[in-house]
Write a protein that binds this ligand. Sequence first.
Ligand code: KIV
Ligand code: ZN
Length: 518
Amino acid sequence: MPETVKIFDTTLRDGEQSPGASLDRNQKVEIARALETLGVDIIEAGFPVSSPGDFEAVRAVTKAVTEPVVAGLARCQKADIKTAWQALQSARRPRIHIFLSTSPLHMKYKLKKRPEEVMRIAENMTRYACSLCQDVQFSPEDATRSELPFLAQIVETVIQAGASTINIPDTVGYTTPGEFEVLIRELYARVPSLRQIMVSVHCHNDLGMATANSLAAIRAGVRQVEGTINGLGERAGNAALEEIVMALKTRAKFYRVRTNIQTRQIVRISRLVSSATGIVVQPNKAIVGGNAFAHEAGIHQDGIIKQRLTYEIMNARDIGLKENRLVLGKHSGRHALAKRLRELGYQLEEKELQGFFERFKELADKKKEVFDEDLFALMEERTGAPKKVYSLEHVQASSGSGLVPTAAVRLLKEGQILQGSGTGDGPVDAVYKTIDALLGRQHKLTGYAIQAITGGTDAQGEVTVQLDSHGRVITGRGAHTDIIVASAKAYINALNRLAAMENVVRKIPNRRSKAVAR
Ligand code: KIV
Ligand code: ZN
């Protein structure tokens, strides 16, 4: 039996650090449940000290899942570690994950501490974390730019202090596969006690090598890898777990390891994470991109028809595409809808199902066939806007050559009707300007994109918008067969996210900035 590589998912922590990707407690719980179904071994649920909202979300995740270890991040500071433990202690299998920078650059400029001090803090804080929790993971931040003798020494020290997992992060995505493999082998050679504990890696994608670096580390012997769904994360993101898992599966003879992942859940969780965060997966993204299994060239299509393996190294079914592809339509009943939703991983309460069924019927009246992608988009309105301050009642726009683009909008703001009309540079601009005028507040639109969810002229258009609020990116998404309605829905979705964020900040005046904390 091949050895198992444990999958540590940090979508809810590092992934949430993606610009525009904030998740609330309910969304985190929904994703955590889906991660459990996917079969991940460890879920990093958040950074409890960073905000009361994150603390509560971590606590909620500990209660929502039973199988995976639930980890919470903490700096090497007593208050962080204590708070992490308070958030984690009701987990069936809690883990405190502490980190401290070890590169000369970080120690000098970020920590402003000498290496001896860093060593002492790492040792003391590991002991402290171990006094609270049996399972402690230590990460020497910026390990790949650290000096090897110092890195080895600190790793040895925290193992002696009780750490049971050592995670080697490539914090700034600087290393290369060959170099990283050598680094891991060197560490094993210099610190023999590493063989007695779990060694992990955590790679960022700044040079596009996060997956390759993670796989190189597996070749060197590590048996835990960290990453996120869809490769979300700070800057260029983290290693995409679906890529690592599918590489290990597809090239099993080469890597000779296995994972506990139910790969047929991959597409579903990718869509769920994309809809909850509002971050669209690029079409040519490996494994989960819309084009990952599409064949355009005639020669390729011909080859595929003759023998699939000519141009496909993976089976789309293995990641959950094309499975039980049941197309729903306006004659489909509630049972068929509920069954399909269950197959896609959504468990709706009776009342919620009724509301969802009505929205499904409205869509089915406009579209002949309702595909899984349409259901995901409808679901998104549920996961993407958990608490609605604003809802769209009506929108209409007229435009054309020689006409001044004009829009009429009716909104509900916490039950109060707001309606009016306005003009703009185009119909979408007219709608957005009218909404801003109704709310008495201007918003800075920094991104707008539209794509068809499925094929055909009756396909739903899915609009993604990005707003800038004091340097923070707020994402919104909306789908509809009418692209003006989709545009308005996306804008309202972003405004609801903004309102939720401002509400949290209002309630928690002393909230620490995550950017500073990390
Ligand atoms: O990138 C990094 O170094 C991290 C650590 C906290 C593990 O995210
Ligand atoms: Zn990271």
